[in-house]
Design a protein around this ligand. Structure first.
Ligand SMILES: [Zn+2]
Length: 77
């Protein structure tokens, strides 16, 4: 069963996510902003507030399976 957050992550088109070599830029749902996302962090309010994986981090994980983040603590996935 998918969480609401996972469902929202699935709504983010993968082709809209940009990689700059060190992190990913994921557009906000309204398209007005971009969040900087790594395997363990995101600059959005949701992640700042809860410290949990937000929909942006989940979207990046979908784009880039955890194997690519080797060495980073992608625990809980
Ligand atoms: Zn986020």
């Amino acid at each position: 069963m998918e969480s609401a957050r996972q469902v929202k992550a699935n709504e983010i088109p993968l082709e809209s996510i940009k990689c700059d070599g060190q992190s990913y830029l994921v557009p906000s749902s309204d398209g007005q902003r971009k969040y900087r996302v790594t395997a363990i962090s995101c600059t959005c309010k949701d992640h700042e507030r809860t410290g949990n994986s937000c929909k942006h981090m989940l979207a990046v994980e979908r784009l880039c399976p955890p194997a690519k983040f080797q060495g980073d603590p992608f625990e809980g996935f």
